[in-house]
Design a protein around this ligand. Structure first.
Ligand SMILES: *Cc1c(COP(=O)(O)O)cnc(C)c1O
Ligand SMILES: [Zn+2]
Length: 382
């Protein structure tokens, strides 16, 4: 059963419902269960997923490493980083695409699609190819050539769309109904189910006091919260962690609404941040995230581009090369520690959502050129 996250209206699973008539996202009912055994998170937590998951459709997503950050000492907390850059297309999106593609097949669709300029496009293209489905990627006509090159190998059909990119999400659902294409967009109910796997893996290793989540559309946040809630409902954890949304200051519609006490988010005009993966000015799950933050006493932190860059550098210096969108986790934690919100000694978990290789830094490549004969002679080099 699918239920509206706002008005509670229920929808049958037999039809491809993705959003409620009231405009808000739908969600699959809360699952309860016990973990079993298996090498993959999908096997161990199979009772928590809405249908049986096929190993043949998998590209090896999930079961990513949890790394203790070397910044822990300096920040006075125990910081653990969930390294989602190790997924098949280098971001956590693969977890949601894997579950989402089952839904498309279950409903008998032969074609899938998504609206994205980055990580989600690559993920849906890869899993579409894996399942042998025709895949459509709707991208903005202003997309950089570099980003399109990274999508080419999967053989999906890329359609560059002129016009309001924010409007494209809604249009795609309409188009999907007309043309028989299942759009596995950012907050599709079954994509969100896939993201729960992150929470399951986390509690297998530790129970954090805080979980910091880079947030754009809100799909990831909803998935992680739902995962923890299901664990609590099943009696597998005693209490929920405190959930922290982090956004870039230059595009922070959720934090703005949260701070002003508004009930609904408003479109963020003229978004501007280097963290493009979290630059959705009108997030489709924004209101749902806002409700969860209020209900569960969550936090919303926005960080400046300079702080993001600095955090990205710090992570690089401990061997983790992440996208600016992911580095926001460390920038947000620094602010929360400095303002005394996060107490010393807390166990903090940050989600490193995607790889840095997707957005190479603008810094000049460094390196001095020397002749091979001079390597030994030039004492100043060493
Ligand atoms: C998609 C994405 C996010 C945000 O996820 P939402 O589900 O849209 O909130 C954060 N970081 C990276 C790298 C992403 O690709
Ligand atoms: Zn509704």
């Amino acid at each position: 059963m699918l239920k509206c996250t706002s008005c509670g209206r229920e929808y049958s699973m037999r039809k491809p419902h993705q959003r409620c008539e009231c405009g808000e996202p739908l969600e699959f009912e809360l699952m309860k269960g016990l973990p079993g055994i298996g090498r993959r998170v999908w096997e161990r937590f199979s009772e928590f997923f809405p249908f049986e998951l096929e190993p043949e459709l998998s590209l090896g997503e999930g079961d990513t490493p949890l790394v203790k950050s070397k910044l822990s000492g300096e920040l006075g907390v125990r910081l653990y980083l969930k390294n989602e850059t190790l997924n098949p297309t280098w971001s956590f999106k693969d977890r949601g695409t894997y579950v989402g593609i089952h839904r498309a097949l279950q409903l008998g669709f032969k074609r899938i699609g998504t609206v994205s300029t980055g990580n989600m496009a690559a993920s849906v293209a890869a899993y579409g190819a894996r399942a042998g489905l025709k895949t459509y990627l709707l991208v903005s006509s202003t997309i950089a050539e570099e980003k399109l090159k990274a999508l080419a190998p999967y053989g999906a059909k890329v359609i560059k769309v002129r016009g309001d990119y924010g409007e494209l999400y809604r249009r795609s659902l309409e188009l999907g109904r007309e043309r028989g294409i299942y759009f596995i967009n950012s907050d599709d109910p079954f994509r969100v189910e896939g993201y729960k796997s992150i929470s399951f893996e986390i509690v297998e290793e530790l129970t954090p006091d805080y979980v910091i989540i880079p947030t754009s559309s809100g799909g990831l946040f909803r998935g992680i919260v739902k995962g923890f809630r299901e664990l609590a409902e099943s009696g597998l954890i005693d209490a929920l962690p405190r959930f922290v949304v982090v956004q870039a200051e230059g595009c922070s519609p959720i934090c703005r609404a949260f701070e002003s006490g508004a009930e609904r988010i408003e479109r963020f005009e003229n978004p501007r941040t280097m963290a493009h993966a979290i630059e959705n000015p009108h997030p489709p799950s924004g209101n749902a995230v806002l409700r969860l933050l209020r209900e569960l006493d969550g936090l919303c932190v926005s960080v400046k581009d300079e702080e993001i860059l600095e955090a990205q550098r710090e992570l690089g210096r401990e061997g983790l090369f992440v996208q600016p969108a992911s580095a926001t986790v460390v920038a947000a934690l620094r602010k929360l520690v400095e303002s005394g919100v996060v107490e010393e000694g807390s166990r903090v978990l940050g989600i490193l959502t995607g790889s840095g290789l997707k957005v190479l830094p603008r810094e000049k490549a460094f390196g001095e050129e020397v002749d091979i004969k001079d390597l030994l002679r030039r004492a100043d080099l060493w």
